[in-house]
Design a protein around this ligand. Structure first.
Ligand SMILES: Cc1cc2nc3c(=O)[nH]c(=O)nc-3n(C[C@H](O)[C@H](O)[C@H](O)COP(=O)(O)OP(=O)(O)OC[C@H]3O[C@@H](n4cnc5c(N)ncnc54)[C@H](O)[C@@H]3O)c2cc1C
Length: 494
């Protein structure tokens, strides 16, 4: 039997976008129903660390003089003006106000000092690092937010998956959903689809990103909302995986490799080698980037993606000994989210990685190349050139800093570890206007349809996530808030 529910505004999904949309719609006088696939609120937003905002009270109190004008122009330039300027401007200009608004909802949040940024490349950069406001005591914060919303009269239906939109004569009039095998029809005057992209659908992500080598993190958002919006006439202009840092490869050979935390972002000391600017080569043995990008999660992931999402970092026995003896002088990046500073027997760890087939070893460079499937001649030329650059402290190819040209690759055995770019769900999506109305192919709003967060297109460059901390999570709340107000206005003429 199909259950039928009537509401003014239906919000599908209760991550940051859905929560903000629901609260702003109810504040604007609408009757609001939220359906959520999982048994709890939060989605990927609850896993995320922080919120990009410019000119917040805390920034002013800290003496930071940040202008939204400058932030907008920096992001637009980063995006090569491919993003929707009107949307970008509205989001950045309302970010500080939205931050204060979510604090009133119950979120505890604190400005992160630029000096403490996990992305060393952003140290001292107030626009890229000083914009980061970090969520505190998340369980308590989300508990308070849920209470605020329920007290405001918002009805939540959990464990309920939106399936499709109800479209009548070009107008969106609700959605169908499924709860415990039963169908629900939710009639609504306006719908905000806040289902957070499709990061849980690995096949779809692999198709968009042209590789199946990415590692993934996040809740299983499978893209029903995005698919339904496209079916209703929306245009997916720029959805893509939010690639962010790289991880050690996960062994498919031995469960122990994972159990011992040799894979993924882990506290295993081996991660220190991943998070320092060792020599990187692609699957052919060609060096491809200034390895100092390891200090910025976005640039690092982008460099990895440029080679198909996977690369090797190369170390010799002397480098392993240096790390084992706690004599490493390279700064260990905390990007993504960092390694333990504890010591360890790096040779033993390397051997375990080899046993798990997430690394290869060779007594000679040729043997390593053969075992790792690299082109021997190319690899040997790469190593010779790199060793010369280390000796001269001068990277003629990629301008790696002299202080990172520390470890030549000279004394066997030699190791190649597999690293894989990682993604945190998807971002981008269907084209929207600055009110978060979903537009059809002729750029006309589809009546009754709104979205935001990881379903909305036009805030990013297309395939690269801008290297400003907290941008996606901040966009989520701010776009959701605008979408909720727009939906309420459409639904009840508030
Ligand atoms: C591990 C991780 C760390 C991150 N860290 C940061 C960070 O520090 N800073 C930053 O800016 N960004 C970060 N991001 C990205 C950012 O969190 C997301 O882009 C953003 O939270 C997306 O918000 P959203 O509301 O659109 O989606 P979500 O927060 O994912 O919410 C979507 C909700 O919809 C529900 N849902 C899905 N499908 C359906 C359906 N069919 N029907 C009903 N409900 C459905 C989901 O269960 C979920 O609750 C991170 C992402 C991850 C995964």
């Amino acid at each position: 039997m199909t259950q039928i529910i009537d509401t003014d505004v239906l919000v599908a999904g209760s991550g940051g976008t859905g929560l903000a949309a629901a609260y702003s719609a109810v504040q604007n006088g609408a009757k609001v129903t939220v359906i959520e696939k999982q048994g709890q609120i939060g989605g990927n937003t609850k896993i995320s660390s922080g919120f990009f905002a410019i000119n917040s009270q805390e920034q002013r109190d800290a003496g930071l003089k940040l202008s939204t004008k400058e932030a907008i122009s920096q992001i637009a330039e980063y995006n090569h003006y491919l993003s929707n300027g009107a949307l970008l401007s509205k989001i950045v200009n309302t970010s500080a106000d939205t931050l204060a608004w979510i604090e009133q909802m119950g979120m505890e949040i604190k400005l992160n000092p630029t000096a403490n940024t996990t992305q060393f490349a952003h140290r001292g950069n107030d626009y890229r690092g000083g914009s980061y406001h970090m969520y505190q005591n998340k369980d308590n914060s989300y508990h308070r937010i849920e209470k605020t919303l329920k007290d405001a009269g918002i009805k939540f239906i959990f464990n309920t998956t939106m399936k499709d939109l109800i479209v009548d004569n070009g107008q969106v009039k609700g959605a169908t959903a499924e709860k415990d095998g039963e169908l629900l029809t939710i009639n609504a005057k306006a719908v905000v689809v806040a289902t957070g992209g499709y990061g849980g659908d690995f096949a779809r992500v692999s198709k968009t990103m042209h590789t199946n080598k990415l590692r993934r993190l996040g809740v299983p958002n499978n893209g029903e909302g995005m698919t339904a919006m496209v079916k209703a006439g929306g245009v997916d202009i720029d959805s893509h995986a939010l690639i962010h840092a790289s991880q050690l490869a996960k062994s498919t050979v031995t469960q122990n490799t994972s159990a011992k935390h040799l894979a993924g972002f882990s506290s295993n000391p081996l991660t220190q080698l991943l998070l320092t600017p060792q020599l990187w080569v692609n699957k052919k043995g060609v060096r491809f980037a200034n390895e100092d990008v390891v200090y910025d999660t976005v640039e690092w992931a982008n460099a990895a993606w440029s080679q198909g999402g996977e690369y090797f970092f190369i170390v010799d026995q002397s480098t392993l000994d240096t790390f084992t003896n706690n004599k490493n002088e390279e700064e260990v990046s905390e990007a993504g989210p960092g390694a333990t500073k504890d010591g360890g027997d790096f040779t033993e760890l390397a051997k375990e990685a080899v046993a798990g087939k997430t690394a290869f070893v060779g007594q000679s460079l040729d043997e390593l190349a053969e075992n790792a499937g690299l082109d021997q001649d190319t690899f040997s030329k790469t190593i010779a050139k790199y060793n010369q650059e280390v000796a001269e402290k001068n990277d003629q190819e990629f301008s790696k800093s002299a202080k990172s040209l520390l470890y030549p690759v000279k004394n066997g055995p030699f190791y190649a570890f597999i690293a894989q770019a990682t993604y945190l769900g998807t971002v981008g999506g269907v084209r929207v206007d600055e009110n978060l109305a979903v537009l059809d192919k002729d750029l006309n709003p589809i009546p009754g349809l709104y979205t935001g967060g990881a379903n909305a297109g036009g805030y990013y460059e297309g395939h690269s996530y801008p290297a400003f901390e907290g941008l996606a999570s901040g966009f989520t709340w701010t776009s959701g808030r605008i979408a909720g107000a727009s939906a309420a206005e459409y639904a009840i003429g508030a």
